[in-house]
Design a protein around this ligand. Structure first.
Ligand SMILES: C[S@@+](CC[C@H](N)C(=O)[O-])C[C@H]1O[C@@H](n2cnc3c(N)ncnc32)[C@H](O)[C@@H]1O
Length: 288
């Protein structure tokens, strides 16, 4: 059969027209892609960034000066990491450090440390300090982001491309947190926006959400600062996305409420009404 280029030209399906129309109406999508984005109204890589901004505006879990170590689990494409970097004083609209100032760059997005340990020593922080890293200069604190997908670099954010559910990833995270926050190092805030690929099969999506929540909670037990050690009743915070379902409500009752001083369910305005997602904001880790 002769080659017909026209056969490659797809017509727009009705579903994509619906999607395009929804995007055009969506105020958060318009804000995100505004060509007038400036220092005052920066553009974000994801619509999700507005959810985090909105939740933090009300509950201020990122705003305290004692917040020094923040983990962003399921970070790509990077909207939440951008927000955290701004909150910790990393100005991503400012000129990024020149390569000559960054004797070794921040861990680059796309690097899988567990498979290429010779490329970067996560325990060597001399270059972060040299480039105005966590010890002052451009911003404060340590921000560590993890995703199994690639994420382009953000000033002030160390990115690990890895599957959070793999045991090796926790080993790597532990060494990064411990070294940069001191030997007894723990995270001040753990953010989790991870989601499996939605299948449309509610049973499967709930299972996925439960697996992620269980795993993040186990991790949190080992790596979060307690309210007592922070010296603030709401110190040590976990924000975790979940699929709204009675089983996740049981998860909250069983694991979150007994272990945090304050637990609340949030559905941000920026989260689409038809989406089944919600967030648990848990503040004040009691320490086990
Ligand atoms: C909703 S997106 C996060 C958006 C992000 N908060 C932002 O503002 O740009 C969910 C992310 O979770 C990641 N993810 C899901 N399961 C993961 C896993 N087991 N390990 C690492 N990342 C995972 C996905 O690759 C995806 O990038």
């Amino acid at each position: 059969m002769p080659f017909r280029p026209s056969a490659l030209v797809r017509t727009k399906k009705p579903s994509s027209s619906v999607w395009l129309a929804r995007q055009a109406r969506d105020p958060y999508v318009r804000l995100r892609s505004s060509p007038n984005a400036s220092v005052a109204a920066p553009s974000y890589r994801s619509r999700s960034a507005f959810k985090l901004l909105e939740m933090n505006e009300k509950w201020h879990f990122l705003d305290h000066r004692d917040v020094q170590v923040v983990l962003d689990l399921g970070s790509a494409p990077g909207g939440w990491s951008q927000v955290v970097a701004q909150k910790l004083g990393w100005d991503n609209n400012a000129r990024p450090p020149r390569m000559s100032e960054r004797r070794t760059p921040y861990p680059e997005a796309g690097t899988n440390w567990s498979s290429k340990p010779e490329d970067f020593d996560p325990l060597d922080i001399s270059d972060l300090e040299a480039s105005g890293g966590h010890s002052g200069g451009l911003g404060r604190g340590t921000i560590i982001a993890v995703d199994r997908l690639h994420m382009s670099p953000i000033t002030g954010v160390q990115f690990i491309q890895a599957d959070f559910l793999e045991a090796d990833t926790e080993v790597l995270l532990r060494s990064l947190i411990a070294h940069q926050a001191g030997p007894a190092g723990k995270a001040d805030v753990i953010l989790c926006d991870m989601a499996g690929n939605a299948t449309g099969n509610a049973f499967h999506d709930i299972e996925d959400s439960l697996a992620i929540c269980d795993s993040v909670f186990e991790f949190t037990k080992r790596h979060i600062r307690s309210a007592e050690s922070v010296g603030r009743i709401m110190g040590g915070a976990l924000l975790i996305k979940h699929f709204v379902h009675p089983l996740l409500y049981l998860f909250r009752k069983k694991h979150l409420e007994p272990n945090f001083n304050d637990v609340r369910y949030i559905k941000p305005n920026a989260s689409r009404t038809e989406s089944k997602e919600g967030y648990f904001l848990c503040r004040g880790w009691k320490g086990l």
